[in-house]
Design a binder for this molecule. Structure first.
Ligand SMILES: Cc1cc2nc3c(=O)[nH]c(=O)nc-3n(C[C@H](O)[C@H](O)[C@H](O)COP(=O)(O)OP(=O)(O)OC[C@H]3O[C@@H](n4cnc5c(N)ncnc54)[C@H](O)[C@@H]3O)c2cc1C
Length: 483
């Protein structure tokens, strides 16, 4: 399918604005944004306009009402319109607890955000088996409603929203930062704040994570319902499914989550090294999505709402994305402290926005800078990152096209045999060190040459292996990761 045909299909389903957004995201990956260098730093003794400015009004805007509730003066500046979702989110029910713990939502309000629940999820590898799991990504959330309700709550707490403001430069002084914005429709404006939360997601110039997950798809209607693997079963979420081996140097993976009656969110994605992303990567992936969807699910599919994006991932085998100053803090995808294997940034945000807001408020109260990282991370990520790197560079030789599927099949068979609790804990970033070691031992027992195969596939050098072993020791002897 040619680029023009793909554009026409996305435009037809989502309108010209969505196509613009897709093309802008693709262009940004080829030429990543850079911060304007010459913003005057703010001197001492000037009262800043805000305590905290949040640049970016996507999922991270959850920080805004919590910070305002802690007595801080907060502004949200978004280049488009804040609290408009271009995603659909799945999560397990227990991970939603911070929405009520934070006092932002009552239990019945959280209930109204849930559009579907499933009995189980499955992972299925081409040529291998199907491995069911319970309690993972089994709730579909109305992302648009969550964000618009969060914005409403933030506004009620006095947060000022500035839509159509694109952050283009930061000048940091000893007591505050000066922020420069391009306004949609023309003109520039400046504000000052004690702290900048960089919530620009993958569009932040500081989002330097080494892995990327190009993801396309959206909400579809017209899929055939039933219990066969290529039919949509409203009781089952497809967490990870492959329908072929490696092609064009990529292992493509499907996800399929039933939503409102007759609808499902379907994604196609692959793991990649950030530096290897080619021009029009999302558009090309959409071409494949339209062409190959029939191999995954049958029916007369209609793309009701395209959703897509680049989700960053940090392998933990290279330096982390880090803030450029003492009063700048990365959150959300810009920080990329979520799992480099599952890319569940929504789940990670649920773990971060409440403790992160409290840590930020405490630092502001005691004037303690630099802040470092305020988002949740876990030692487990330092070992699963290597698996993601391995997925990002699968073998290209046609005769080896099924090797990734075979390795994944072994790994998931092992997880399944270890029981639901262990299986679910890996997918929810909650696996303990001893369980991880048990998992590795079980894989080796099932397929003795698995580690030699994995190392050959991934082509890791001694340095990466040493870093990975360092990560493993952190899993076994947990202590906080340095920011
Ligand atoms: C298709 C897709 C499906 C996903 N599904 C799931 C899921 O099911 N479960 C899960 O856990 N995670 C999921 N994720 C991941 C999750 O959506 C992200 O981790 C999360 O949205 C990150 O939040 P964020 O606030 O950091 O960034 P975003 O939500 O991307 O928000 C960034 C905001 O910054 C704005 N911005 C950019 N540049 C500027 C600028 N210069 N000035 C001002 N504003 C700017 C953007 O317009 C945007 O609104 C999915 C991601 C994608 C792409």
């Amino acid at each position: 399918m040619g680029l023009e045909e793909i554009k026409a299909r996305v435009r037809e389903a989502g309108g010209p604005e969505l196509l613009d957004r897709l093309e802008r995201l693709d262009a940004e990956r080829v030429r990543p944004p850079v911060e304007a260098p010459c913003v005057r730093a703010i001197g001492r003794g000037i009262r800043p306009d805000f305590d905290v400015v949040l640049a970016g009004g996507g999922l991270s805007l959850l920080f805004a009402p919590v910070l305002a509730g802690l007595g801080l003066k907060v502004g949200v500046f978004e280049r488009g319109r804040a609290a408009v979702s271009h995603r659909e989110w799945n999560i397990s029910g227990s991970e939603l607890a911070p929405l009520t713990q934070s006092g932002l939502f009552r239990p019945e309000e959280v209930e109204s955000l849930i559009v579907a629940r499933y009995e189980r999820g499955i992972c299925r590898w081409h040529g291998g088996g199907e491995y069911p799991v319970r309690g993972v990504l089994d709730h579909a959330i109305d992302a648009g409603l969550l964000l618009s309700e969060s914005r409403l709550r933030a506004e009620r707490r006095g947060v000022a929203f500035h839509d159509g403001h694109s952050l283009v430069g930061v000048g940091e002084g000893p007591e505050a930062v000066r922020l420069l914005f391009d306004r949609t429709g023309g003109g520039r404006s400046e504000v000052t704040a004690r702290v900048l939360l960089d919530a620009r997601g993958i569009s932040s110039p500081h989002a330097t994570a080494d892995l990327l997950c190009p993801t396309v798809g959206g909400v579809l209607g017209g899929l055939k319902e039933g219990t066969a693997p290529d039919e949509l079963d409203p009781r089952v979420g497809d967490i990870l499914v492959t329908t072929e081996g490696v092609e064009d140097g990529r292992q493509h993976i499907w996800e399929g989550f039933p939503g409102r009656p007759g609808e499902a969110t379907i994604y196609l994605f692959y793991y990649a090294r950030a530096r290897c992303i080619r021009q029009h990567a999302l558009l090309q992936l959409y071409g494949r999505f339209f062409e190959r969807l029939g191999r995954y699910k049958r029916g007369e599919p209609r793309l009701l709402r395209p959703t897509f994006g680049y989700i960053p991932g940090w392998s933990r085998l290279v330096p982390p994305p880090s803030a450029p100053g003492r009063r700048v803090v990365l959150v959300g995808d810009a920080a990329a402290r979520h799992s480099p294997l599952t890319y569940c940034g929504f789940g990670a945000m649920m773990r971060s926005f409440l403790p992160g807001s409290m840590a930020l408020a405490a630092a502001l109260a005691s004037n303690r800078f630099p802040l470092g990282s305020i988002v949740h991370d876990t030692p487990l990520h330092s070992v699963t990152g290597a698996l993601a790197l391995f997925m990002a560079e699968p073998p290209r030789e046609p005769e080896r096209r099924d090797e990734v599927n075979r390795l994944l099949d072994t790994a998931f068979a092992a997880l399944h045999e270890l029981g639901n609790e262990v299986y679910a804990s890996l997918l929810k970033d909650q696996m303990s060190g001893p369980d991880f070691v048990r998992f590795l031992q079980h894989i080796a027992w099932m397929r003795p040459r698995v580690y030699r195969d994995a190392l050959t596939l991934a082509g890791f050098g001694p340095l990466a292996v040493a870093r990975w072993l360092g990560g493993l020791s952190r899993v076994l002897l947990p202590r906080p990761l340095s920011p």
